[in-house]
Design a protein around this ligand. Structure first.
Ligand code: S3P
Length: 432
């Protein structure tokens, strides 16, 4: 066998994993509507399965078939108390949005999650839900899971969220649908708006004015058939991979480009990435396109302010691009990274440091000094730290240097079950 190792360029077309955020909401809204709803092209990652199981436990018929989820629900009035604890696994979105829904239903529920979820802050939703009248208790006064919810009898509130969080906004809007009066939620910057876009599609009216969303209680969900686009957060790994591996050109088909999610495209383009959006269209109220990305030299990036919520989940992948960009990249205003599946400032930098990259840690971000000629060391073991996006980001380095191994890649099943297979397919230059 030859000892010469060539970096395999990435070539071809793939459809990346379906959108996790949209799939969660489609399962929830379909389960709250009486009748049959079909979700086509859903993500069947572990997190979404947690959402399915929650509604199954409450008496909804949720069937996972080939590339679809078929939901037959008795509707809100027919939901029953789950007999056992609801285990949301690793899923923050399931937990926060279900806290909103469970608060509105006249049922008693107990919820928990895995070792990572049980460390994540819940007061950001539990505090305003208590203000609406929800009886929620939990570990450390309600700051942490496990938690119990005795729902029903809510009153709408006006709430200014101190964080730009779609999970907080969505939890309160969902609770507001079951509350008396009107619920008004505003946030400091606009976070992803799938809830506001999808609720009208499922028959629930909402009013959006800038950074404020209002909903009137007493509305009913209607069953619908929904098609889920590809997840731009999953596409991000391939956007970075094709940008940094010389000779690459990749087409990512059917990717959601909701403007509240496309910060990764804006930043990569500012860095000099060669990205083309083709075939732009609207599918079930969400903008979608095919993305063509070609290898190009990159410059340093500056990420701060209102850009942060538009790419919060893509920062670990962007940190990989920063290693190969000319100059010092800086991420600020991103303290939220510290309360994701892991502290993503710490875990991102731990892997970069293991590779000898010059980094600085800030309270609300980090800096990476990149180099287009960066020669990765061989024989390094990186770690997912049990966090899917950290694992997939670290894995990108293995495309550029042999003997870079990432421990704990099994956690990618949370959002992208076939991630490594898709990369290998592009390395072989094959289309799907
Ligand atoms: C999500 C919102 C974001 C994001 C998460 C999914 C959602 O979290 O990081 O992966 O689907 O609403 P925050 O609301 O905590 O910012």
């Amino acid at each position: 066998m030859s000892d010469i190792w060539r970096k395999p360029m990435l070539k071809g077309t793939i459809a990346v994993a379906s959108d996790k955020s949209i799939t969660h909401r489609a399962i929830m809204f379909s389960s709250l509507a009486q009748g049959q709803s079909i979700i086509s092209n859903p993500l069947m990652g572990d997190d979404n399965i947690s959402t399915c199981k929650a509604f199954q436990a409450m008496g909804v018929d949720v069937q996972l078939v080939h590339n679809a989820i078929i939901i037959n629900s008795p509707g809100v009035d027919g939901l029953r108390e789950a007999e056992d604890v609801l285990d949301f696994g690793n899923s923050g979105t399931t937990t926060r949005l279900m806290l909103g829904i469970l608060s509105g239903l006249p049922l008693f529920s107990v919820i928990t999650g895995d070792q990572y979820l049980r460390k994540r802050p819940m007061m950001r939703v539990i505090d305003p839900l208590r203000q609406m009248g929800a009886r929620i208790d939990g570990r450390d006064g309600g700051r942490l899971l496990p938690a119990s919810v005795r729902g029903g009898d809510l009153q709408g509130i006006t709430y200014h969220s101190p964080v730009a969080s779609a999970q907080v906004k969505s939890a309160l809007v969902l609770a507001g649908i079951f509350a008396r009066g009107t619920t008004v939620v505003s946030e400091p910057e606009i976070s992803r708006d799938h809830t506001e876009r999808m609720l009208p599609f499922y028959g629930v009216g909402v009013k959006v004015e800038g950074k404020t969303v209002s909903v009137t209680g007493g509305q009913r969900f209607e069953p619908r058939n929904m098609e889920v686009p590809g997840d731009i957060s999953s596409a991000a790994f391939f956007l970075v991979a094709a940008s940094v591996v010389p000779g690459s050109q990749v087409t990512l088909s059917n990717v959601g480009i909701n403007p509240t999610r496309t910060g990764v495209l804006d930043i990569l383009q500012q860095m000099g990435a060669d990205i083309r959006l083709e075939n732009q269209r609207l599918v079930c109220g969400e903008p979608v396109c095919d993305i063509v990305i070609t290898h190009a030299p990159l410059e340093a990036a500056h990420i701060f302010g209102e850009m942060v919520p538009r790419l919060i989940d893509e920062i670990p992948a962007l940190a990989v691009a920063m290693c190969f960009a000319r100059g010092k990249s800086i991420v600020k205003d991103a303290k939220e990274l510290r309360v994701k599946e892991t502290d993503r400032i710490v875990t991102t930098l731990a892997n970069l440091k293991a590779l000898g990259v010059e980094v600085e840690e800030y309270e609300d971000g980090f800096a990476v000094t990149g180099n287009p000629d960066f020669q990765l060391p061989s024989g390094v073991t990186l770690d997912s730290y049990g966090d899917h996006r950290i694992g997939m980001s670290a894995y990108l380095f293995s495309l550029l240097q042999r003997n870079i191994i990432v421990d704990g890649m099994e956690c990618v099943s949370v959002s992208f079950p076939n991630f490594q297979k898709f990369l290998a397919q592009l390395q072989r230059g094959g289309d799907q």
